[in-house]
Design a binder for this molecule. Structure first.
Ligand code: FMN
Length: 343
């Protein structure tokens, strides 16, 4: 199996919900939420791609870097690459049931494990979606990070109990689901949180020995509140452009947030990352690690766990080459100096 075969298989199975375009940039699927697109005009999805495309890496050739270090330790996890699989759920309504929810979550959990990384697990109105992902993670010793929607405290806590029972070490919440039409249309919207709400959510996680991540932070002020509320890490990103039309790209929001909180909490980022070069760009802007969403959906649907592992291997090779070409010996040393012109 190669990447081309995987993509062709995914295109057929997705039955038009994802066209598996040569460049996954949100043009063909603009406005398709539910679906694989960005919200409204698709501008926020496009901003993710444009923000990364506007960055240049600075070539350096006189140095001793040959086999750069790509592994990291992140909140107690040991990862072979600074890369996680973004949680993607609702394969039925977003991807025309290309595969079953269980086949999908199993592919990402197992493929991630084979490649030495870890998969995010989705949550949705239908409780079976979280249960399915957690069951896959439980079978693999808790190797998955569930992202629980920011429900009211009681249902949120119940779902956190499920995460703890599955043996997970980390749990997250995608706070930006406030903007998800899929929740609203099903009659279960979620709402913005206060500083106190966040502290309570973090306490719930910590009292179960779980580290706690907040996903979807795009403002310095919100990042600082997360830090002060005891959140262990944040993911800068706009939910793949699915929650606010005309939001900026993740790579646009990241530098200021990195300046504010870097080194004081885990800092992750996502949105529009399509391979190893984009990973290095996000690290240069201040991320400790990144998430990739849609390309993994294509890999998992078209190639199962093997497809996921293969796509990760491609990212690994691209990242390694980009690090050698920029003289970066260790992903932990990536910084703005890798960008051209230097910042
Ligand atoms: C169909 C679809 C479903 C998603 N479901 C979730 C979800 O349940 N929870 C969540 O936190 N993010 C969800 N996301 C967002 C991804 O985890 C990730 O943040 C985003 O896709 C990253 O952008 P990229 O696809 O350009 O890499 C979803 C994205 C897509 C495309």
């Amino acid at each position: 199996m190669d990447i081309k075969e995987i993509r062709n298989a995914a295109r057929a199975l997705a039955k038009g919900s994802c066209r598996v375009c040569p460049v996954c940039d949100g043009r063909a699927c603009a406005g398709e939420v539910p679906g694989m697109g960005g919200a409204g005009s698709g501008a926020a999805f496009a901003a993710n791609i444009a923000a990364l495309a506007s960055l240049r890496l600075a070539p350096r050739l006189i140095h001793s870097v040959r086999q750069p270090k790509m592994g990291i330790s992140l909140l107690g996890l040991s990862l072979s690459l600074p890369l996680l699989i973004g949680p993607i759920g609702g394969i039925g309504f977003n991807l025309n049931g290309a595969v079953s929810e269980e086949e999908y979550q199993e592919a990402v959990v197992d493929g991630a494990l084979q490649a030495g990384i870890i998969a995010g697990l989705p949550d949705a109105v239908n409780p079976e979606i979280l249960r399915t992902g957690l069951a896959c993670a439980r079978r693999r010793g808790g190797k998955g990070i569930p992202f629980i929607k920011p429900w009211e405290p009681e249902p949120f806590e119940e779902k956190m109990d499920l995460a703890a029972a599955a043996g997970c070490a980390l749990v997250g919440s995608d706070l930006d689901s406030v903007g998800l039409v899929t929740l609203t249309r099903q009659g279960h919207p979620v709402y913005p949180k206060s500083r106190r709400d966040l502290a309570r959510m973090a306490d719930m996680a910590h009292s179960r020995s779980l580290r706690f991540l907040i996903k979807g932070i795009m403002a310095v002020e919100d990042a600082i509140i997360c830090l002060e509320a005891g959140v262990d890490g944040i993911i800068v990103g706009n939910h793949g452009g699915r929650v606010l039309d005309y939001a900026p790209g993740g790579a646009e929001a990241l530098p200021a947030i990195a300046t504010a909180v870097s080194g004081r909490m885990a800092l992750l980022a996502d949105g529009g990352i399509r391979g190893g070069v984009d990973i290095l760009k996000m690290l240069a802007l201040g991320a400790d690690a990144v998430l990739i969403g849609r390309p993994y959906a294509i890999a998992a649907i078209g190639g199962g766990a093997e497809g996921v592992a293969l796509y990760t291997q491609m990212c690994r090779e691209q990242l390694e080459q980009a690090m050698v070409m920029t003289g970066c010996a260790d992903v932990a040393l990536a910084g703005p100096h890798l960008l051209f012109p230097g910042r």
